[in-house]
Write a protein that binds this ligand. Structure first.
Ligand code: ATR
Length: 262
């Protein structure tokens, strides 16, 4: 029987992860199955345990369970500890990792070939916390965290030296190399109160959401900024999880190209 993996979350129905991991497995000659597990909101730990005792080797974790997964682990990587969230579980050992941050950074550096120093990070929830450490490690010299609830951004900034916090009304007018939308506003197709003047021609506006043009990306485009959705981040974080589980690093470019239909 091939080794079993899955994405656990709620909801998970429309995830591209099974297809992505099937492509990785085929390309690297690894024997594995990757499925979807929807856990009830109050039944994450029990669902993980059932998957494990049924022979499951590993899980990717998505909304809304990444923080709960972190608390469930017996050992976590440094990047998961920084993010206080886990998106990759190794079930035999109880080890937890977080590949979201490196996924974003690899998409920026390898797929988009986009060097950056100054970053404006929109949002201070789980998605934002998952990438701050990796952005700093990748060489960001300035990371400003803007959030609707400023106190939340201040709390995150306190945990990461080299970052600062503000509200949307007090955004500086300087040009940032990179503006990352890590809020959940895109999921609801809500616009963010970011002034058009925040987007400069030399800015890359990156939305972690994918699959459509969000109000954030539309606003950036209108201002003449370069834009990217988060599809590359999805593929890169998946590749890093695959590496954590299998010790083999799959090529991501062909998979991303297929997903984009090119
Ligand atoms: P996630 O794990 O996806 O980050 P979360 O922890 O609920 O989810 O965080 C959601 C983030 O999106 C927060 O930064 C939230 O701002 P608040 O902390 O002020 O709630 C942000 N967000 C969601 N909808 C928003 C909107 N319409 N405008 C601005 N920010 C929004």
């Amino acid at each position: 029987m091939s080794d079993r993996y899955a994405l656990i979350g709620n909801p998970v129905a429309h995830s591209k992860s099974p297809w992505i991991h099937a492509e990785f497995a085929r390309a690297t000659g690894q024997e594995l199955e990757y499925g979807l597990v929807e856990a009830p909101l109050d039944g994450f730990a029990a669902t993980v345990e059932r998957f494990r005792t049924g022979g499951g080797k590993g899980l990717n974790v998505t909304l809304p369970f990444k923080q709960e997964a972190f608390r469930l682990c017996t050992r976590v990587s440094e990047r998961a500890r920084q993010a206080q969230a886990v998106n990759t579980l190794v079930l035999e050992t109880g080890f937890g990792d977080n590949t979201d941050g490196i996924g974003l950074v690899r998409d920026l550096s390898q797929n988009l070939d986009y060097p950056f120093r100054s970053v404006l990070l929109l949002g201070a929830g789980g998605a934002a916390q998952g990438v701050v450490g990796a952005l700093l490690e990748a060489g960001a010299t300035k990371v400003l965290i803007a959030n609707r609830t400023v106190a939340r951004a201040e709390e995150v900034a306190k945990r990461f030296p080299g970052t600062a916090a503000c509200g949307y009304e007090s955004l500086p007018t300087q040009a940032f190399d990179l503006i990352v939308n890590a809020t959940s506003a895109s999921l609801a197709d809500e616009a963010l109160p970011v002034a058009q003047s925040a987007f400069h021609k030399k800015t890359l506006a990156y939305d972690m959401a994918y699959g459509r043009e969000t109000p954030f990306l539309a606003a950036a485009k209108r201002a003449g900024a370069r834009t990217s959705d988060g599809l590359g981040m999805l593929v890169e974080q998946a590749a890093e999880s695959f590496f954590v589980w299998r010790g083999v690093r799959p090529e991501t470019r062909p998979v991303l190209a297929k997903l984009r239909g090119s």
